[in-house]
Design a protein. Structure first.
Ligand SMILES: NC(=O)c1ccc[n+]([C@@H]2O[C@H](COP(=O)([O-])OP(=O)(O)OC[C@H]3O[C@@H](n4cnc5c(N)ncnc54)[C@H](O)[C@@H]3O)[C@@H](O)[C@H]2O)c1
Length: 383
């Protein structure tokens, strides 16, 4: 039996995919085979020997100790793109919220309840809530992945000029971009040209405070900033200061902190980006399939710490080896196979930075313990 531990509420359409004859799914498995998680913080967790994988039902993995997991031979998956439509729709909403003083206007209208002649009062008072249209304005997007790319295309469809920056843009993402999107290789072009700037990159030590006082200084006066990616990507204090100086007209963020909460011209949403039933379902289904494929077939798809790899089992054993990405290791592994007369029918070897994954389709039997004893090998599984 494989035990799946859920650390957050995972949509039933995902957890129901696990075959009840082979899996248990619960929020209290003591020694799980795999973990499904949304936003629960895992950095202080200790992982058992039997833990094979962690699937994050969502995109960002900064709540998971990804490097430590790689070191312990635990594959960390995410579900790229599964919540991208939800975030795209909120970003379009954020563009309009940043423009039209909608939240302030609605609060004012609500405050008129019980006052005499509210219809006349609104007509007299509405002019202070006027704001510009987004049509014809320039939207700068930092990060053109699953979410940023969809926003770029939607903004083009709404008549915006879109300029995007993404030094690691995948071929697939590029192919899905509307040809009207201008790509720049200089992030400063985004700051200088945009009326609206929306950031959609992962939060890493390298992307912390991507937008800070120095970047804001380059921006147009009255720029409107949108952050539905991670709070740490934009320096809250620098934005509040720039709002006070009139440099930034509006900041819409999905990330509450004490610096931004309650500030004028800041709209703080309570991390609503992926909070749609459709996105939670998509993420849960994708995460469940990733875990099942890995547990049962050794297939790695959408991992953030190990390379993607798959190999069909045609022989007696499928040997799945997680190891460091160092020279001569494959030769040592095949040497161990030869020592027991095992024949390698097919072999896949993929690497991702310091780590690698090798799958061997074997006729005969291998000595798993001997492979595990090779310096640089982290974990061996025979399927
Ligand atoms: N608010 C929410 O609820 C919510 C929901 C989903 C995702 N997110 C956040 O949005 C982020 C993006 O999600 P996604 O699904 O589009 O991910 P993705 O991996 O599809 O796209 C990220 C893009 O950023 C690019 N990138 C990386 N570093 C960059 C840099 N320094 N400068 C410019 N581009 C860079 C990558 O090349 C990639 O194309 C996630 O990492 C997550 O933190 C937030």
């Amino acid at each position: 039996m494989y035990d799946i531990l859920t650390l957050n509420k995972i949509a039933a359409c995902g957890t129901d995919i696990f075959d009840k004859a082979a899996y248990t799914v619960s929020d209290n498995a003591a020694d799980p085979t795999a973990i499904m998680v949304r936003s629960a913080k895992m950095h202080d967790m200790q992982f058992g020997e039997n833990l094979l994988a962690i699937a994050r039902a969502g995109a960002g993995v900064n709540n998971i100790p990804v490097d430590r997991c790689a070191e312990e031979g635990i594959v960390v998956f995410n579900t790229p793109g599964a919540n991208s439509n939800a975030v795209k729709e909120l970003a379009i909403c954020a563009l309009l919220l940043a423009s039209r003083k909608i939240t302030e206007a609605a609060a004012w209208a609500a405050s008129l309840k019980g006052t005499p002649d509210a219809p006349k009062t609104v007509e007299g008072g509405k002019s202070k809530f006027a704001g510009p249209e987004i049509y014809g304005k320039t939207l700068g997007i930092i990060g053109l992945g699953a979410i940023g790319g969809k926003i770029a295309n939607a903004a083009v469809a709404l008549g915006m000029k879109v300029i995007g920056y993404d030094p690691y843009l995948s071929v697939n993402a590029a192919l899905h971009l509307d040809p009207a999107v201008t790509i720049t290789t200089d992030i400063n072009d985004i700051y200088k040209a945009s009326d609206y700037i929306s950031i959609h990159v992962p939060y890493t030590p390298d992307t912390k405070n991507t937008i800070d006082a120095e970047q804001i200084a380059m921006m147009k006066d009255g720029v409107r900033l949108i952050n539905l990616a991670r709070g740490e990507l934009i320096n809250s204090a620098a934005v509040i200061k720039a709002i006070g100086e009139g440099k930034v007209a509006k900041y819409v963020t999905d990330f509450a902190d004490d610096v931004v909460l309650g500030e004028e011209n800041v709209i703080v949403l309570p991390h609503l980006g992926a909070s749609t039933p459709e996105s939670e379902d998509n993420c849960a289904v994708m995460a469940a399939h990733e875990l099942i494929d890995y547990i049962e077939k050794g297939t790695i798809r959408n991992s953030v710490n190990y390379p993607n790899a798959e190999l069909a089992k045609t022989g007696d054993e499928l040997v799945c080896i997680m190891h460091r990405n160092v020279p001569e290791l494959i030769a040592k592994i095949t040497g161990v196979c030869a020592s027991t007369g095992a024949n390698i029918e097919n072999l896949v070897n993929k690497s991702k930075k310091e780590y690698a994954y090798t799958m061997l389709d074997i006729t005969g039997k291998v000595d798993a313990a001997a492979i595990e004893a090779i310096d640089g090998v982290i974990k061996v599984r025979i399927l």
